[in-house]
Design a protein around this ligand. Structure first.
Ligand SMILES: C=C1C[C@]23C[C@H]1CC[C@H]2[C@]1(C)CCC[C@@](C)(C(=O)O)[C@H]1[C@@H]3C(=O)O
Ligand SMILES: O=C(O)CCC(=O)C(=O)O
Ligand SMILES: [Fe+2]
Length: 371
């Protein structure tokens, strides 16, 4: 099969095989984004780099300083970075480096773990099995995480790797299991800071996310011969609650702040934190779900690890009354409903929560009409 046949007709599966795509001089139309959405040269985002050392040591003043910085950032664009976050740095680096090992596997092996329809879990090449245009220039691997000590089950991430890839991937499973456990610890600590920032009882959100049902997403962005025409990940707000992103040294993350796209240059050993749609609803819109995207480049592959904190899927997402001044901006919903909306009805973008709210209200009013 020559490389020109690699992209079959839209109704047939498109294989995103970087080793072949990069040999083609022109980008296929499925990957080209509209002119208005293409990357452009831009300034760096001046966002706070929040030192969590004082918070973890229980220092009152530095905890409130951190909470104040977080409050300002979240009211504006929903994005900040943290250092001294307590996540073991060698574990972080190992988790990031393992992405090179995984994504350099033969496509046939990666496809063996392809995302199964109706689930979020598995390998995907450019989401070519889900979308037929504006395909993201990336490969992804997604798997579930929940705290197995609470549910008294097996370590879910270790199980994912050994059951989908065999015992040769046990080391992968051990590293990502430990990484997800560290991510959850940090996410729950940040939930305490968000509670302080919003003026609710300090443990309110930590308790809300206690039995989190979270998502780990590995992103691999191959180099692209026409990077100005494509996007690694299109403009979107994460539908989830809180994202902890580790990006490598290459750069490519961009955040929409003060009415323009801003670059987020990688800060060694810092972790990117952004508010998602579900937490924006929990704050009744006080905190902004961060609008962001990822661009690619001509010469280097880029990697990122995104941990998406989600509540137990059937918990009712509803802003606590102490936060709500005036009308409630969103209908009550569950994460299971929003997740299903993004997986079956709507490609997550910058308007997901608004579209979901309208969809939910229209479907509940139509079911009322028929009851
Ligand atoms: C609930 C989710 C859907 C996506 C993965 C998580 C949180 C981020 C979402 C996503 C990355 C937003 C951009 C579009 C998307 C389709 C993607 O590029 O991967 C989204 C994910 C998804 O639906 O798989
Ligand atoms: O890779 C990045 O920098 C961003 C990825 C992202 O936004 C996502 O996976 O939701
Ligand atoms: Fe995102």
């Amino acid at each position: 099969m020559d490389s020109s046949s690699i992209l079959l007709s839209p109704q047939e599966l498109i294989f995103f095989d970087p080793s072949i795509l990069q040999t083609q001089s022109k980008i296929q139309k499925e990957f080209i984004w509209p002119q208005t959405e293409r990357p452009n040269s831009l300034q760096d985002l001046q966002a706070p780099l929040i030192d969590l050392q004082g918070f973890f040591s229980g220092h009152h003043d530095s905890t409130y300083t951190a909470a104040k910085l977080i409050d300002t950032a979240c009211r504006s664009h929903g994005f900040f970075q943290v250092i001294n976050h307590g996540v073991d740095l060698s574990l972080s680096h190992q988790a990031l480096n393992f992405l090179d090992d995984f994504f350099s596997l033969p496509l046939s092996l990666k496809l063996h773990a392809s995302r199964k329809p109706g689930t979020m879990w598995g390998y995907s090449g450019a989401h070519a099995d889900r979308f037929s245009s504006k395909l993201p220039w990336k490969e992804t691997l997604s798997f579930p995480y929940h705290n197995s000590t609470i549910s008294n089950s097996n370590p879910v991430v270790l199980d994912y790797f050994t059951s989908n890839f065999g015992n040769d991937f046990k080391q992968f499973g051990l590293v990502y299991q430990k990484y997800c456990e560290e991510m959850e610890k940090l996410a729950l600590a940040i939930m305490e800071l968000l509670a302080i920032s919003l003026g609710v009882e300090r443990m309110y959100f930590r308790d809300f996310f206690k039995n989190s049902d979270s998502i780990m997403r590995c992103n691999y962005y191959p180099p692209c011969q026409e990077p100005e025409l494509v996007l690694g990940t299109g403009p979107h707000c994460d539908p989830t609650s809180l994202t902890i992103l580790q990006q490598d040294h290459v750069g490519g993350l961009q955040v929409f702040a003060n009415d323009q796209w801003k670059a987020v240059p990688p800060v060694p050993d810092a972790l990117v934190i952004n508010i998602g749609d579900t937490f924006m609803a929990l704050s009744n819109g006080k905190y902004k779900s961060c609008l962001h995207r990822a661009v690619v480049n001509r010469h280097w592959a880029r990697k990122s690890l995104a941990y998406f904190l989600c509540p137990q899927e059937d918990k009712v997402v509803r802003a606590p009354s102490v936060i709500v001044e005036g009308p409630r901006k969103y209908p009550d919903f569950s994460w299971a409903e929003l997740r299903e909306f993004t997986q079956k009805h709507y490609r997550a973008d910058m308007n997901t929560l608004q579209s979901f709210s309208q969809w939910l209200l229209s479907s509940s009013s139509s079911s009322l009409e028929h009851s």
